[in-house]
Design a binder for this molecule. Sequence first.
Ligand code: FPP
Length: 244
Amino acid sequence: MPNDSIGSQKQILQHLAVIMDGNGRWALKRGLARSAGHRYGAEKLYDLCVMCIERQIKYVTVFAFSTENWRRPADEVAQLMDLFVYFYNKYKDEMEKEGIRLRFSGVEDGLSQRILDTINEAESTSDKRKTMQLILAFNYGGRREIVDSSKKIAAAIQNGELNPDDLDEDSFRDYLYLPDVPDPDLIIRPSGEQRLSNFLLWQAAYSELYFAEVLWPDFSADIMDKALEDYSKRDRRFGAIGKE
Ligand code: FPP
């Protein structure tokens, strides 16, 4: 479904965010190791990029590794780190062809030099691309982002760069990890869970939420279109009075 026909121009969807949940359950249902679920999940991530380009969505943010995911067994953490490098190497040429700019949102703490080098290469080689931005929330936590922004604000006040009276919701945004990225219009969470799990807490203030029963590796264009159709019927008020 092209973006301009989503809801007959009622509301263009500029930024889609996805919590890629259910890889472990998908694998266990098939008698496979959880790592296999994550691998299929990574392939589905590239499918998602193609689906979003076809639907003229300009920004896609996916939750690839949360600051809480360090609590998983060490071998699963190591596997998710490897998968990140695997995903980048496998799809970098296709992403270049498709005009996908890669960006990261999260913290460097705990990431190996190999991961940091991959992030730097991915960002610096893709920063002129215009078709779509794929934002990997990797080593990301929403509360941590708000705390980090607050620390930057405190430092700016201390240095005399910022007057506390000038701080408001718009200027606070300047201190987030990716201030230029618009808030997500729609957040999709597959797997049947119905919570944000510390994803984009500031940015999700007025996002529409869509929960799908499917496990992430089984996500499909049909489910995507159902979510977009549902989104197109929502009455986004941003706190104001409704249209009718
Ligand atoms: C949640 O499923 C998923 C994750 C913690 C990782 C998401 C990662 C991918 C989809 C792979 C792509 C990643 C990169 C780095 C490119 P879960 O393991 O919590 O599933 P469960 O709830 O069924 O156990």
